[in-house]
Design a protein around this ligand. Sequence first.
Ligand SMILES: Nc1ncnc2c1ncn2[C@@H]1O[C@H](COP(=O)(O)OP(=O)(O)OP(=O)(O)O)[C@@H](O)[C@H]1O
Length: 283
Amino acid sequence: CYTSALGKQGLRRSLKLDLEQKLFGQHLATEVILKALTGFKNNRNPKKPLTLSLHGWAGTGKNFVSQIVAENLHPKGLKSNFVHLFVSTLHFPHEQKIKLYQEQLQKWIRGNVSACASSVFIFDEMDKLHPGIIDAIKPFLDYYEQVDGVSYCKAIFIFLSNAGGDLITKTALDFWRAGRKREDIQLKDLEPVLSVGVFNNKHSGLWRSGLIDRNLIDYFVPFLPLEYRHVKMCVRAEMRARGAAVDEDIVTRVAEEMTFFPKDEKIYSDKGCKTVQSRLDFH
Ligand SMILES: Nc1ncnc2c1ncn2[C@@H]1O[C@H](COP(=O)(O)OP(=O)(O)OP(=O)(O)O)[C@@H](O)[C@H]1O
């Protein structure tokens, strides 16, 4: 099921190109994702599955990046039989059914990894996920060669959440206020931030799950809040995707309809690029 047609160098090249061309304003996420994926795919004998935890404000590209990663690993992307997306509020809505969800999920993951070792599992809305669900998948994420005769070491688990998004935004804002460039924000500037906002935050979902304590997350991937110029880039990309010529008047109008924060400076779009597509329908 793994499409090695690309080869390892090819995967790196294609993923790099996709991220650089399609993902706007996320230099850190681009860097970490590339490093994580190429490192993992170059390792013939991984000791555990790859686990990525994507954090950031709404509409900044977490689902979008998961989609790009999925497409680079399995050509049909989210539509592939080897890529599975779970949304907490959609797939696991009832607290009283946790036991059932746990069993179903374990069975589902086991079945799919048996059929395709390099299956990709994406869990959206991690902050709303019942800790019991994470407990159910924990054995698959650990350093076991096999669990009941199945090896999970080539699988990829991607977790998406808004946890830490406010603190990532605060760091970006501090840089902006100090007149420093966004692109100069480094991972090390965000590590202490994520450690407070995610690792030690009892409400972050991840903390309660014990995934962090046991070092089961390989990479934390921060997503920065998007600025006016990035929103404009999203509008242009969407116009091109629809096969239309880019009309700068419309680009400006759509971008100006979005709301920006903080109140005084109005730098970051409060929904990122999320509502761009539907807004464009009205122009
Ligand atoms: N950084 C970005 N670069 C390019 N397009 C983006 C970016 N962020 C968002 N978009 C566009 O906006 C849409 C919505 O973003 P996406 O669903 O990835 O947000 P998210 O971070 O997962 O948000 P949420 O936390 O609310 O689920 C994407 O499908 C994509 O078209």
